[in-house]
Design a binder for this molecule. Sequence first.
Ligand SMILES: O=C(O)C(=O)[C@@H](O)CO
Ligand SMILES: [Mg+2]
Length: 261
Amino acid sequence: MPKFAANLSTLFNEVPFTERFAAAAQAGFTAVEFLFPYDYPAAQLKQLLDENNLKLVLFNTAPGNVAAGEWGVSAIPGREAEARADIDRALEYALALEVPQVHIMAATVPPAADHQAYVDTFVRNMRYASERFAPHGINLLLEALNPVTKPDYLYASQYQTLEMAARIDRPNVFTQLDLFHAQLVDGNLSRLIRENAGRYRHIQIASAPDRHEPDEGEINYPWIFALLDDVGYDGWIGCEYLPRGNTLDGLGWFAPWAKKS
Ligand SMILES: O=C(O)C(=O)[C@@H](O)CO
Ligand SMILES: [Mg+2]
């Protein structure tokens, strides 16, 4: 049976961030994920989780200078000290918030840059991160991002992240399978899900191509949820979509799984 986490960076934007925890709980979610915790003290976020009986299942390392086109610094040659400080800060939050997994953001790679140098830097920083998180039983995730949403990201295809995880070669490194990005870049989701079961440890969903509720568009989600059960996937499914309108109005698809109060 699928377990859904509300993404508080994309859902419940009708209210300020700190009020989205209660909104998600009232809508029947028992878990949440979000982009970044760093604007808030960990103790404040922990209190919001506890008050609303919510588990936190995912957040990301810091994105770097987003206004300058960055999306993560862990793959940028020459920025290792910053990347490792971000990794250490993510670990502090992860421990305080009891999160089981963290997405390590790689980087966008300028078209003229030396791509291999980015890959090598990322592998070294990921091995550092792996050593820091492993004693705490926390997994690290890599996520492929489609080039329309995020041009020039280190990897766009799910098969590239699987290859990268193999190259990093550490037991707590897995991929994060965002089915919206996967459909735009790779397609054939059933093959991806079946052949790589066990290599992805978190899933995110949205419709394709418009990234709305998972009840429209190219992907037949009820069928995908049954397939995930069939391959024994027991991780979380993050609802990382942009509601067509009011978040609650679009939650009809979630009604069968919502916790009844
Ligand atoms: O963009 C996505 O998709 C994400 O999951 C972000 O959290 C990280 O790029
Ligand atoms: Mg995603």
